[in-house]
Design a protein around this ligand. Sequence first.
Ligand code: PHB
Length: 393
Amino acid sequence: MKISKRGLLIGSTAAILASGLGASGAMAEGTIKIGVILEYSGPFAVQAKEIDNGINLALEQRGDSIAGKKIEIIRKDTGGPKPDVAKRLATELVTRDKVDMLAGVVLTPNALAIADVATQAKVPFVIMNAATSIITAKSPYIVRFSFTLPQVSAPLAEWAFKNGIKEAYTLVSDYGPGLDAEASFKKAFTAAGGKIVGDVRVPLSNPDFAPYVQRVKDAKPQAVFVFVPAGAQAIGLMKAAAERELVKSGIQMIGTGDMTDDAVLQSMGDAALGLVTSHHYSYAHKSPHNKAFTDGVEAIDNSLRPDFMTVGGYDGMIAIYKVIEQLKGKMDGDKAMAIFKSMKFESPRGPIAIDPATRDIVQDVYIRRVEKVGDKLVNVEFDKIPSVKDPGK
Ligand code: PHB
């Protein structure tokens, strides 16, 4: 029988449709599929790459098959903070590609848009960064391996008051994580006995930080607490603060570690020296596990210093492997969630566990100071608050 190329194509497509499966579904018998949604292009492309590097290290270490099944990663790009695109991609991944799990996202708006898709499809969604407290409450199929803004902001507020800061201003990015950071810092700082003397919120898209920094400077507070998303915005804020001589004028600047993210810290130069921040991970964290992690990531991609996003991607992917192993490759959304909920393991950042009540991460939070070690600017951890749950819940 002679079949033209075109005929073959039509014939096979018809057969796949008749079997009621998508093309990949038909071939998927021995395959476990993970749909990774990230902001690979656009203003958060560096952060997406950081997460991807962590995923890639886990894949390299654990291999591409478990329990006789092949692991297939299907990557999708939202192109930035685009909830509509994120939702469409998640929908395609669960309906057409029939993924067994979803993972990823740097940004809160993208995570929130995917929550309903995870619920309807009963597909676990492993959050690798997005850090607004409410996210895990939006679907019983969400589990988070990154952090929350209240988790790192409240301990910093307490540290600040104990260390002589009695009055503070807040400057945050005007969306989920910024509002969480502002509320939790204010609550913990006033509860400790401190006074909030003013606040300002900066738009998420294309912010010009100069007028906001000026407003803080004019108010002459003892200190300013800041949150902006890691990356280009943190650089923009630091530049505006340096130009307006905010710190030189006597105002102490503190913030979450998003501001002094390892990926961009070096490019901030000496203006960042001495800044105190709180976070769940530092490149300079001293442990054999972190040394193996940073060496491993740098062997894969030497262009970016591993950061907290990388550790979120790595731990999230390691957790996915653990679930597949325990299920012996027989994937089931509800059974997978039950395993995620009792998860506990040693991360490059220190010990981590999932709180079964909230599906959010419990971890040590570190207070760090930017120092020069050799020729590198790094966040040196000098204080630790152990086993912090998200206080935003
Ligand atoms: C978020 O959108 O949840 C987000 C983004 C960047 C960060 C932290 C949180 O550095």
